[in-house]
Design a protein around this ligand. Sequence first.
Ligand SMILES: Cc1cc2nc3c(=O)[nH]c(=O)nc-3n(C[C@H](O)[C@H](O)[C@H](O)COP(=O)(O)O)c2cc1C
Length: 359
Amino acid sequence: MKLLEKFKIGDLELKNRIAMAPMTRSRANANGEVTDLTVKYYVQRASAGLLITEGVNISEQAIGSPFTPGIFTTSQIEAWKKVTNAVHDAEGLIFAQLWHTGRVGHSIDKNGNLPVSASVIAIQGQTHFTSQGPKEYETPRELTTEEVKQVIQDYKQAAINAKEAGFDGVELHGAFGYLPNQFLVDGANKRNDEFGGSIENRSRFVIEVMQALVDVFGADRVGIKLSPSIPYNGMIDSDPNALFSYLISELNKLPLAYLQLMQPMFPIDAFPTWPTDVLTTFGHLFNKTIMVNGGYDRDKGEEEVENGRAHLVSYGVAFLANPDLPKRFELNAELNAPDKNSMYGGGEKGYTDYPFLAQ
Ligand SMILES: Cc1cc2nc3c(=O)[nH]c(=O)nc-3n(C[C@H](O)[C@H](O)[C@H](O)COP(=O)(O)O)c2cc1C
């Protein structure tokens, strides 16, 4: 199987083309430090060609949900070192996904501070899961131009910290409605400084963050995840074709490790002009490594790497429930079923107790 073949990204040797997609599991402690259970969780999955961590908060301001880990304090960095060391001992590779949630949060879990965003526009028609149960979204506070530049510095510092923690690289979470995505789409960004207005201006935040990450990690060590056709969290753009074509063409000029493109996973019938297959629409604009994600199984993933549209396939739920996913693909073995109730929060159950294939 092509999915099981090795793949090189610069000097990184991936042992197969199967990545673990980033997944928030909400099992850090109250200080945003990962625990020994998280070490076990990632080591169990180290047979992936590349592990991408759950979203990791780059700063206090970035936090959107309780019990998500950070990488902005010394103790958080020390905690991640245990993960990276153990994954490397298991001959795995691991990137940290850098996360700023922007307006996808609530003051209840932010010491009373309002969430920040590109503009003063709240998410409509959804609730946020807080430590006090589901709550309506608040209208966020708009970041000043100076603050936007500070957030870019926060990403840079998080990359420096990730390097110190021993990660092989970092991925910018540019998908699913979080802060970078909030800058991109014109439904959430009404700014009139250099970070708003034209497509070039709305893309500036993401491009400057990516440049800052590359400045820290160098070539072939920085990836980005984008979800051009996902309207979740109020990500409505008037012309995603034009926006993401420009952005991806600009990203192609940077020495990136990969572009992770997430397929539409929500109904988009209300948006007839939106791409229904983001690989077809945008893949040809990026001539480095392409990782595809979203709803892939063994055979559909194999087909994408066979036909050359993608080099890597990332699996979320399937990897969550099957620590030995590459082995199961190799043997075409049955997969464990995921348990939805234990995806976010809790302990071992639904985290480190999914069975491996019997030896
Ligand atoms: C429990 C859970 C948590 C997730 N957390 C994140 C996250 O922190 N960052 C991210 O980019 N995507 C996150 N995702 C989305 C996955 O990375 C992936 O895009 C999605 O599950 C689709 O891939 P799949 O069909 O292979 O599961 C999460 C998905 C799940 C199921």
